[in-house]
Design a protein around this ligand. Structure first.
Ligand SMILES: *Cc1c(COP(=O)(O)O)cnc(C)c1O
Length: 409
């Protein structure tokens, strides 16, 4: 692209201007809502025209403390003013502090940092295979679940149970087996002497906010114990208070051997983490794995401040209470609106499933009324507001959602 006018490359434009410019230069690989967001404040965001929206997407469960939270802003400013990046060939304070906090408040013993959820799962897969090589006669197979989501790298899409994410990108790495979620017999049947790990989310987020059936995760844990298999829990979406406990596994009696985190950990600054029990973590020795940006001082200082805030203010308990308020409100619509097939969720991770494919219309009607929700499927919308959302904002969102539903039906 050689001929651009000054006015098209600089200065303020309308929402539509930016969308036009994007269409000319950007890979068209994402389906976007036609909104150009300019700034955020708490649970609210504002588009370039200055319109306010309640953000019940929150970067897909990533802006855990909302927008422009002083804890996040101060952490970034202070660390930027001190040291943004240093290679992992050196030690840095924030990295150690965040690792200490994670280890102290979880069932895991060691941590390692990267930059995203997919990268954390890649590390988990490598670690499990190294463990299989050292402790289980070279076992390398990983079992995951249909409708699971673990990110977009080749190994992560292979472990994800969604065919259209994988097929165009073949050949895919071998050694992965996918079984239906919530089917312990299928899981048991898939186990072979070559199995080194089972990888799944405590609650399937991207797959539709699918909750584990009673006893399922505990049964998976027991299967792992019996068969000498590692349990990898992908808590990229469910971790850091999202479901009403600090970690999702705490509600299901299924302590993982490896846990992966990302999304909400640093309140919107890119970060990923992998945590593991001592004997598993010990399989990685110097030189086995690495990341240039992973765990840099800026990301870990922010993560440390966010996690500390979440813990010190007992946000998980708040999330449980506020999640009930949101779910109660959504359940209240079921009688009045035949288009709702099911309301489900845990904490502040909820979904409404419709009996018809009206999610797109509902989402658009929500936008019209100043509410952002995430369309997960043609018949499903997800709510994942900041953990700091207020009761009043939940009530406002519920009112907007019902009005949107009426308009879309
Ligand atoms: C979002 C998500 C990922 C991928 O995270 P990225 O940061 O986009 O790579 C992995 N697992 C789960 C459960 C997720 O929700």
């Amino acid at each position: 692209m050689t001929s651009t006018t000054t006015s098209s490359t600089t200065g303020a434009g309308s929402s539509a201007d930016w969308q036009q410019r994007e269409a000319a230069v950007f890979f068209q690989a994402a389906k976007r809502v036609p909104l150009t967001i300019m700034r955020g404040e708490g649970t609210a965001v504002y588009d370039v025209e200055g319109r306010r929206y309640l953000d019940f997407v929150a970067g897909i469960a990533t802006n855990s403390l909302g927008h422009r939270h002083p804890t996040v802003v101060e952490a970034i400013k202070a660390q930027a003013d001190t040291l943004i990046h240093i290679s992992n060939v050196f030690y840095s304070e924030p990295q150690v502090q965040l690792a200490e906090l994670l280890v102290r408040h979880s069932a895991l013993d060691r941590a390692w940092f990267c930059n995203s959820g997919a990268e954390a799962n890649e590390a988990a897969i490598k670690l499990a295979r190294k463990w299989g090589g050292m402790h289980k006669q070279g076992a390398s197979e990983i079992i995951s679940t249909e409708n699971g989501f673990h990110g977009r790298t080749l190994a992560a899409i292979t472990a994800s149970g969604t065919e259209r994410y994988k097929q165009p990108f073949a050949p895919l790495p071998g050694g992965f087996v996918v079984v239906p979620f919530n089917d312990i017999e299928a899981m048991r049947a898939a186990v072979t002497p070559h199995t080194c790990a089972i990888l799944l989310e405590p609650i399937q987020g991207e797959g539709g906010v699918n909750l584990p059936s009673a006893g399922y995760l505990a049964a998976v844990r027991q299967l792992c114990d019996e068969q000498h298999i590692l349990l990898i829990l992908d808590e990229v979406q469910t971790g850091v208070g999202r479901t009403g406990t600090l970690w999702g596994y705490q509600q299901y009696g299924a302590e993982p051997d490896i846990m992966t985190l990302a999304k909400g950990l640093a309140g919107g600054v890119p970060i990923g983490a992998i945590l593991a029990k001592e004997p598993v973590a010990a399989c990685f020795v110097p030189g086995d794995h690495g990341s240039t940006f992973g765990g840099n001082p800026l990301a870990t200082a922010t993560g440390y401040s966010v996690l500390k805030f979440v813990i010190e203010n007992d946000l998980p308990a708040e999330v449980a209470r506020k999640g009930e308020r949101l779910m109660r409100g959504l359940h209240g619509f079921e009688d009045r609106h035949g288009s709702i097939a099911e309301v489900r969720g845990k904490g502040l991770l909820c979904a409404v499933q419709f009996s018809r494919d009206i999610a797109d219309q509902v989402m658009k009607q929500c936008v019209e009324r100043g509410l952002l929700v995430n369309m997960l499927r043609a018949n499903l919308v997800r709510f994942s507001p900041p953990l700091t959302v207020t009761d009043a904002e939940i009530d406002e969102a519920l009112a907007s959602f019902e009005a949107a539903l009426k308009a879309a039906e």
